[in-house]
Design a protein around this ligand. Structure first.
Ligand code: GAR
Length: 223
C-alpha cells in the first residue's frame, strides 16, 4: 500500500518560482508530498495567479487588513487547517512570524534561504557574499524557528562565486540551485527520511555524498 502523501501548503509573497518547482515536483508520481494550498500575504503576488491557473487553492490573506500580527497569523492558521495542512513550505514568504505561530508549526514548517546558513541570514545575501569575498555561496532549506533564518538545516546546495559576478548573476546561479534543492528537501522531510533530533536534522543513511566543491577549481593552479 502506498503511504499517504503529506499535505503541504506553500507560503509566498511574490514571484513564487520556488513554489512553482514544488508544485511541479509534487505532480510527479511517487513524490511524498501533495500541495493543498498556496497562500500569500500579498494579494498581488504573481505566484498566486500562477497557482490559481493550475487549479490549486490560491489564497490571499492581506496582512495589511489585520491590526496585529497575531490576528493575521490566526487567519493564516485557520486557512492552513481548513486545507488539512500537515507541512508548510515558506518560499519567498517575507513576513516575520511570531512565536505563537512558529511553535504551533514547530518541525512542520520549512523555509528556503538564499545563502549557506548560518552565513548571511537576512536580506541582500548575494551582495554581502560578494562583499565578503567568499568563494562558495548557496542556499539552505531549514526548519523554521523564531529567530529569522535559523533552525535545523535539512539540506544545502553550494555554487561557486565566479570572477566578475554581480549580485544579479550570483543570485541567478543560487536561484537555479534553490529550484533543485527545495523539492529535494521537501521530499526528504515528507517521506520521513529527514528528522529533527536535538535541533539537528538527521538524514537516513545512504543519502550522503563525499564529493566536495572546490572554488576555484583544483585545476586552476596546475600548469
Ligand atoms: C528566493 O531566492 C528565496 O530563497 C528568498 O526569496 C526568493 C523568493 O523567490 N527568500 C528569502 O530571502 C527569505 N529569507 P521566489 O518567489 O521566486 O521563490
Amino acid at each position: 500500500m502506498t503511504k499517504p502523501r503529506k499535505r503541504t501548503a506553500i507560503l509566498i509573497s511574490g514571484r513564487g518560482s520556488n513554489m512553482m518547482k514544488l508544485v511541479e515536483a509534487a505532480r510527479t508520481p511517487g513524490y511524498p508530498a501533495e500541495i493543498v494550498a498556496v497562500i500569500s500575504n500579498r494579494p498581488e503576488a504573481e505566484g498566486l495567479a500562477w497557482a490559481a491557473a493550475r487549479g490549486l487553492p490560491a489564497i490571499a490573506i492581506d496582512h495589511k487588513a489585520y491590526a496585529t500580527r497575531a490576528a493575521f497569523e490566526a487567519k493564516l492558521h485557520t486557512a492552513l487547517m481548513d486545507h488539512g495542512t500537515e507541512l508548510i513550505c515558506s518560499a519567498g514568504f517575507m513576513r516575520m512570524l511570531t512565536g505563537g505561530f512558529v511553535d504551533r508549526w514547530r518541525n512542520r514548517q520549512l523555509n528556503i534561504h538564499p545563502s549557506l546558513l548560518p552565513s548571511f541570514p537576512g536580506l541582500d545575501t548575494h551582495q554581502r557574499a560578494l562583499d565578503e569575498g567568499v568563494k562558495i555561496h548557496g542556499c539552505t532549506v531549514h526548519f523554521v524557528r523564531l529567530e529569522m533564518d535559523t533552525g535545523p538545516i535539512v539540506a544545502q546546495a553550494a555554487v561557486p562565486v565566479l570572477a566578475g559576478d554581480t549580485a544579479a548573476t550570483l543570485g541567478q546561479r543560487v536561484l537555479a540551485a534553490e529550484h533543485h534543492l527545495y523539492p529535494h528537501a521537501l521530499a526528504l522531510v515528507a517521506s520521513g527520511l529527514a528528522q529533527v533530533s536535538d535541533e539537528n536534522v538527521l538524514i537516513s543513511d545512504g543519502f550522503n555524498q563525499e564529493q566536495a566543491l572546490f572554488s576555484p577549481s583544483l585545476r586552476a593552479a596546475v600548469t
